[in-house]
Design a protein around this ligand. Structure first.
Ligand SMILES: O=C(O)CCC(=O)C(=O)O
Length: 272
């Protein structure tokens, strides 16, 4: 039987913009994804290079694997796509967002051992997704290793999804990972204490697309791997066009229409 978020947990998400979830992947599924990540990192399976950013080139160099972020894996890889058909994820996402919940995009983030530079700058996801709206998308972040403070788990600023901030991605100073934390529209007196989101392997964590979040480097001798599903409620519509070639095929949807169709699969909520 599936686990549902309780009314208190849903209220916590609405108030704070993040929520710890239960286990969604078993050991066997984790092992399959680990293997697949290893294959991707070592170019043993075909995958479009432009979705791997700079990783591919760097991976060919000798030495330690770099920190890697690969986007839109489910569109190209059947092993990652299986996760979409996990009804427990669909049930939890539908507790937090208006169903049917659909996949906007996904990503795998790999932080190698002892990589203090594997920092993900503080950001709001929606800053990079303004070709759809309204801004009530959410993310299901799944740990494939125990994510801890020491190996660079995500941190969030509670309640930041409720703040009106006036900026676009062009305003962001990409050389300063803390740029967002200094934004002048942050309400005076707001508690800016980052909350670490430690997540056990196979468990999940949700955050709202306007929640401030980021992560620090990996100080441990273990890698930190995660698989991340960025999700749309059934009410998300196309408002504009893609701005880079790493995104899904938003042009398959007319402007103003609900973002749906084969490029944006619905999460399942019942086991088949
Ligand atoms: O995994 C991380 O450290 C950050 C992930 C992230 O930015 C996201 O899930 O939106």
């Amino acid at each position: 039987m599936s686990y549902h978020f309780t009314p208190d947990e849903i209220a916590f998400y609405q108030e704070n913009g993040y929520l710890t979830g239960p286990r969604v992947l078993d050991d066997n599924q984790i092992r399959r994804l680990h293997q697949r990540i290893d294959d991707l990192l070592h170019d043993r399976i075909e995958f479009p290079d432009h979705l791997k950013g700079e990783a591919s080139e760097k991976l060919r160099a000798k030495g330690q694997l770099p920190s890697v972020k690969i986007v839109n894996i489910f569109r190209h890889d059947p092993v990652f796509a299986e996760v979409l058909y996990n009804p427990q994820i669909g049930v939890l996402a539908s507790d937090l967002m208006t169903p049917p919940v659909r996949v906007w995009e996904d990503q795998m983030i790999f932080k190698p051992a002892f990589d203090q530079k594997a920092v993900l700058a503080w950001h709001r996801d929606f800053t990079y997704w303004d070709q759809v709206g309204p801004p009530d998308l959410g993310t299901c972040w799944i740990a494939l290793d125990d994510a801890t403070v020491a190996n660079g788990c995500m941190h969030v600023i509670p309640g930041s999804h409720r703040w009106q901030l006036d900026y676009t991605r062009d305003d962001v100073d990409v050389t300063d990972p803390e740029w967002l934390l200094k934004h002048p529209n942050i309400p005076a007196g707001a508690d800016m204490t980052p909350i670490p989101c430690e997540v056990k392997a196979g468990h999940c964590h949700f955050h709202h697309c306007l929640t401030f979040h980021g992560s620090y480097g990996n100080r441990t001798d273990n890698m930190r791997r995660s698989y991340i599903l960025h999700l749309m409620p059934g009410t998300t519509r196309r408002t504009g066009s893609n701005w880079n070639n790493r995104q899904g095929n938003v042009e398959s949807v007319p402007i103003g229409a609900v973002v749906c169709g084969p490029d944006y699969p619905e999460l399942v909520t019942i086991s088949e």
